[in-house]
Design a protein around this ligand. Sequence first.
Ligand SMILES: [Zn+2]
Length: 230
Amino acid sequence: MRLHFFKDFFDLIYPRNCSLCGRSLFDFEVCFCRICIGILPRTLYHRMPTENDLTDKIKGLSNVGMAMSFLRFTSGGKSQKILHRLKYRNKPEIAEKLGKLYAQDLIEANFKNCWDLIVPVPLHPVKLLRRGYNQSEQFAKGLSEGLEVDYENALERKKFTETQTKKSRLQRMENVEDVFQISAEHSVANLRILLVDDVITTGATLCSCANVLLANGAKTVDLASIAAGK
Ligand SMILES: [Zn+2]
């Protein structure tokens, strides 16, 4: 009773609203209302995990097995709105919720017991300082809970990269080639890894991370992101 009072009081001061449509949420809803969850722009790549737009994109960049993304990124679309809230409004719980939702889809498609470890792509330290959290790690956390597979920050950045947006695909690959390493306290030898990131644009960063994991003895590396563009 007392708890309810404090919760209601808290909701009055900080109303909980759907991160997409803005409608106030019921007690059992987290981040999104049920209607918005139903109409999220899912890619359904996990139904064809070795042959989709994403696998086409990263062909030749890395020897990964499956590549999947929860949402389809479209400029001005729902996924962009979600990512914007995630990045600039201090809402780490959104990424975690998306991880849990994607885990549900993956379990329904028989992906349970496919991986030994989930590894997020590390965020640039300057961005981490500014944002306070790594949204890829939050996504990994949600996936970890839903899939019942541990997640660890097994990768770290070696050095800073200059802004990559104006470079060609090949230049970007070269640029990220020597950026990541396995952090000293971790081993990925013989593990089946699910490597996760927030948004996949060219795939260069993700493939560079995958290559480091494979070079350090990972048995297999599969990819999953919150959103991926065409
Ligand atoms: Zn909604």
